[in-house]
Design a protein around this ligand. Sequence first.
Ligand SMILES: *Cc1c(COP(=O)(O)O)cnc(C)c1O
Length: 227
Amino acid sequence: MTGYIVGTISERIAQIQVSLPASVRLIAITKQVPVEAMREAYAAGIRDFGESKVQEAEIKQKELADLPDIVWHLIGHLQMNKAQKALQCFQWIHSVDSLKLALRLDRLAPLLIQKPQICLQVKLLPDPNKYGWTPSELLADLAKLDQCQYLQIKGLMTIPPMGLSAAEVVELFEQNRQLANKIRAQNWQRLQMQELSMGMSGDFSLAIQSGATMIRLGRILFGDRQP
Ligand SMILES: *Cc1c(COP(=O)(O)O)cnc(C)c1O
């Protein structure tokens, strides 16, 4: 893979952090990563951790309870029946991928101390393996999303399908940015659109060039995951 860097977890984090613009928030994606490695990342300055499963996060949160300033991000598909648990475990949910889920989260959110921060997941190319709104579906749902009183709808998240060229990936990131700009220009009452959650180990430099504000890095920090 291109862009792979060597060294310990702390060295990799340091190397990436120095290259990031101040506007970009690095989220360490720790699915299948043991808590010892997460502690090393924490010691190297990481405070934002992302998990794809609610249950895995819950277990790790107990083991890392002595590190109270971690900000937890959910990045994987959330099932309806886990919405309540997800709100208890995560300050950010990047993977809100349907109106139904957004409305469910909004109904559950008044009980929380802090308003949940979410991104809307957009599917810019047809991809049977991915969840999310197509741009036209999302535009059609905005009026209802804007009614959500308790969710802080912060921006858009996207994951390009596998196997695209760099130029094709850039095209998708640009489309995502333009979609966020278009929504922002509509001046909704509640919808905010300042965040673009896009970019993973293989494509984060491209994402940053296209305006990413949150990048989600796993393998480049922690090495390959077990299949
Ligand atoms: C696993 C995952 C990542 C991290 O991917 P890497 O290639 O390991 O950097 C980022 N975002 C989402 C949604 C993921 O599922």
